[in-house]
Each structure stands twice: as structure tokens, then as C-alpha cells.
Design a protein around this ligand. Structure first.
Ligand SMILES: *[C@@H]1O[C@H](CO)[C@@H](O)[C@H](O)[C@H]1NC(C)=O
Ligand SMILES: *[C@@H]1O[C@H](CO)[C@@H](O)[C@H](O)[C@H]1NC(C)=O
Ligand SMILES: *[C@@H]1O[C@H](CO)[C@@H](O)[C@H](O)[C@H]1NC(C)=O
Length: 286
């Protein structure tokens, strides 16, 4: 028994390189299985049967369980990922506490929100006040401003990021993976950082693509390949699947992503693949 545990530990630390990395990837292999649906829970269930058209015009104090407040809140989640996200820090929408919408004749519709977001890797939560402005006609990406998200800066992932970076940088072989998560909702613990990075990169696209009529969730990393680089930025080609809950469409995007602890996450290139209506929905999309 003792020997078994020792061997297992040796394998785990061998694969991950050091114990810091072991801590960030999470010891519980089922973690992601609960995470993925969790990210969707807020946006499912309660909304079924609602008339989307009536909702779009909702103004004043909003029902926090309904689509309009949640669509706007989801945009804040994507925004936070673009600003603070990393392979070690990924935000999901936890709850909408309050929402208010108003028409502004000159610029569009403005949402004022109080929400809780969850940092899914450390399982810590932060409360945020935010404003989301959807431009008239959805011509430009929504404009997001957060006025207070104090707890977010307390989620310090510097040590984890350095450890992960060293591990990827020092490795002789380039990483690659497909189907994160797989059809059982499972992600290998040592591949989770690639899922987290893909989710953060996808938030850049989802933030830009969001309108009052969309509600995007990250569905799956179809595949990811690490590329050789000459500088200190790690570089990855991602093929991701995004799910719009409103239209029920699965969108395929190819992303060229860089990351380093100092440089953060950047999406250098993005390209939407042609929609394929015959395609199957990924297993974990609702
Ligand atoms: C995350 O934290 C909450 C309390 O903040 C707890 O109820 C929940 O079980 C935790 N989830 C995991 C997967 O640890
Ligand atoms: C985060 O932690 C590192 C040590 O791991 C420390 O050097 C750094 O100042 C901290 N950053 C913040 C913003 O607290
Ligand atoms: C990645 O996945 C997409 C969608 O399944 C597929 O079309 C593409 O060929 C894959 N690319 C690689 C490099 O495996």
C-alpha cells in the first residue's frame, strides 16, 4: 500500500516536474468534470421557455435569473479573463446579484451589474461591480468597465505561473493535446493548464463577438499544438469550439495564442472556421 502511494507520487511529480505544478493542476481528476457544467449552470435551466425577444428589451431592474442579466454578466466574465486570465487563473460566472439595464439614446444599452465570479482553479470567489455597454446594432464589441473587483488581485498565481512556464519552457518536447475535455468530461490533470489557457484565449473571442443576443460558453479545445518560438513567449495553435446558448450554434475558431508570466495571454491571430451545420455538438455543451 505504502509502496503503491510512493510509486504514484513519483509518477505524478515526475510528470509535473515539481510539486508547485502539482498543486495548480489540482489533485482531483474529477474537478473539471464538475467545472464544465458548473460554468453553464447559471445560464441553463431557468431560461428555458422564456421569450428571447421580450427579454432583449428588458429595462430597469432585471430578474437576475433571466437571460438579459446573465448575457451581460457573461460578457464581464470574458472581460475578466482577457485582463486577468492565465493558464493558472480562469474566471467563471457564479451568480448575478443585481442587474439594471437602461437605454442610452446616443450609445446603446447599458447594464449595471453586481456579480460573483469564481476563479475555478483555486475555487475562490470575488464580487464585482461592472458596467456593460452594448453598442447600437451590435456593430462594435461591448464595452466593459469594472469598478470594484477587489478580491481578484488577492488571487496571486505568480508562483504557479512561474513553475508552469519553467516546465513548458524547459521541456524538450512540445505539448499537444486534443479533445479537452473528452466525451466523458474528463481532462488529464497535466493537460488542464492547456484547457485553462484555451478557455482564456477563447474569452478574447467571446468578448468581441458578444451582443445582447448571444450567450457564449467555452465548449471544448478540439486540439492544441505548441509551436517553437525564438523569444520567451510560449506559442500555441488552438482549435476551439464555442457554444452560443441562444442560437444553439457551435462555432469553430482557430487561435494563435502566446503566453508568458510577464507577457500574459495574447491572441495574435483568430480565424472563424466555416459553420458546419452537420457537425455534432460537443458532448459537454448543453
Ligand atoms: C468550492 O468552494 C465552495 C465554498 O466556497 C465549496 O462549497 C465547494 O465545495 C468547493 N468546490 C470544490 C470543487 O472544492
Ligand atoms: C504574488 O506573490 C509573489 C510571491 O509568490 C510576490 O512576489 C508578489 O509580489 C505577489 N504579487 C501580488 C500582486 O501580491
Ligand atoms: C483540430 O480539430 C479540428 C476540428 O475537429 C479539425 O478540423 C482539425 O483538423 C484538427 N487539427 C489538428 C492539427 O489536429
Amino acid at each position: 500500500m505504502t509502496l503503491k502511494i510512493f510509486v504514484l507520487l513519483a509518477v505524478v511529480t515526475g510528470v509535473l516536474g515539481n510539486t508547485n505544478a502539482a498543486a495548480i493542476t489540482g489533485a482531483d481528476p474529477t474537478e473539471q468534470t464538475t467545472r464544465v457544467p458548473q460554468d453553464n449552470t447559471v445560464t441553463s435551466g431557468e431560461f428555458v421557455g422564456e421569450s428571447a425577444e421580450d427579454d432583449v428589451m428588458a429595462t430597469g431592474e432585471l430578474n437576475t435569473n433571466h437571460y438579459p442579466a446573465n448575457r451581460a454578466a457573461k460578457v464581464v466574465q470574458h472581460y475578466l479573463n482577457t485582463r486577468y486570465g492565465s493558464p493558472c487563473r480562469l474566471f467563471g460566472l457564479q451568480r448575478v446579484h443585481r442587474g439594471n439595464a437602461e437605454e442610452t439614446a446616443e450609445s446603446g444599452r447599458k447594464y449595471e451589474l453586481e456579480i460573483s465570479v469564481q476563479e475555478v482553479i483555486s475555487n475562490s470567489t470575488a464580487k464585482c461591480s461592472a458596467e456593460v455597454l452594448f453598442a447600437i446594432g451590435g456593430q462594435s464589441p461591448p464595452d466593459v468597465q469594472t469598478s470594484s473587483c477587489e478580491d481578484i488581485s488577492k488571487i496571486n498565481t505568480t508562483a504557479q505561473e512561474e513553475a508552469l512556464y519553467q516546465q513548458y519552457h524547459a521541456s524538450n518536447s512540445l505539448m499537444s493535446a486534443e479533445s479537452l475535455p473528452d466525451s466523458y468530461g474528463h481532462i488529464d490533470p497535466d493537460l488542464k493548464p492547456l484547457w485553462h489557457l484555451g478557455s482564456v484565449a477563447s474569452s478574447f473571442v467571446m468578448l468581441e463577438e458578444s451582443t445582447e443576443d448571444t450567450l457564449y460558453n467555452m465548449a471544448q479545445v478540439a486540439n492544441v499544438t505548441q509551436l517553437k518560438t525564438e523569444n520567451d513567449q510560449l506559442k500555441f495553435n488552438y482549435h476551439v469550439l464555442l457554444h452560443d446558448m441562444v442560437s444553439q450554434e457551435i462555432l469553430h475558431w482557430k487561435l494563435l495564442v502566446t503566453w508568458s508570466p510577464a507577457g500574459g495571454v495574447n491572441v495574435l491571430q483568430r480565424e472563424q472556421m466555416p459553420k458546419c451545420h452537420e457537425c455534432e455538438k460537443p458532448p459537454n455543451a448543453i
